[in-house]
Design a protein around this ligand. Sequence first.
Ligand SMILES: Cc1cc2nc3c(=O)[nH]c(=O)nc-3n(C[C@H](O)[C@H](O)[C@H](O)COP(=O)(O)O)c2cc1C
Length: 201
Amino acid sequence: MSRVGRDEAEADREERTAALLQIITTRRVVRDFSAAPVSDGDLRTVLTAARWATRGSNTNIHRLLVIRDPALIQQVRAFSPGMLGLPAAMIVICTDPELAAEAAMQLDKDSTRWIDVGTAAMNMMLAAHALGLGSCPLTSFSKSAVSLVLKLPPDVVPEFILQLGHPTLQSRSVRQGPPTRVTVDDLVFWESYGTTARMRS
Ligand SMILES: Cc1cc2nc3c(=O)[nH]c(=O)nc-3n(C[C@H](O)[C@H](O)[C@H](O)COP(=O)(O)O)c2cc1C
């Protein structure tokens, strides 16, 4: 590769990394949503992000249920102590035992079930943020009650709900508040647990 080609490749790498990190580091959960609907196009983008999430053994034992009916969202909220806002849409990540059986996966023994929920959820939250939407995980809900409200087939388990909507102006300003994350130095040990030597560049 010529020097010019190398410089362009490096500039492209830096630009893509900066854009990605900007999205990752500025995302915060949103719990105050406006009443504005989430468009089909935006939903499709968010769902596509879930589709491309990495999965254990490349199986796909989950299905995503999109809810935009305000009455259903209210009913779910009635059984969800962790649902503080009223989103315009919800994406319910469900484990489907039939799909798990097809994949010869033993749900009670395989923790990738949960990890796959997390990878899909994170991809969706980042895509939502890139679109200017707000999102918030919901895990504090009654699975049995939500299954009934959403008329899920027997044995299909609602594992996780992503609340999705347009942030209110107020929640936008809250999101710009001070970061509360641990630093990379506090988060990471090097080579042995407890060794906090600094990352070398
Ligand atoms: C597994 C998981 C479960 C969560 N459950 C809820 C919940 O039930 N209700 C809620 O309001 N937030 C929930 N959250 C959001 C966290 O409280 C939030 O991500 C955390 O405070 C960090 O805030 P940040 O994502 O804005 O950095 C959950 C987050 C995760 C990762």
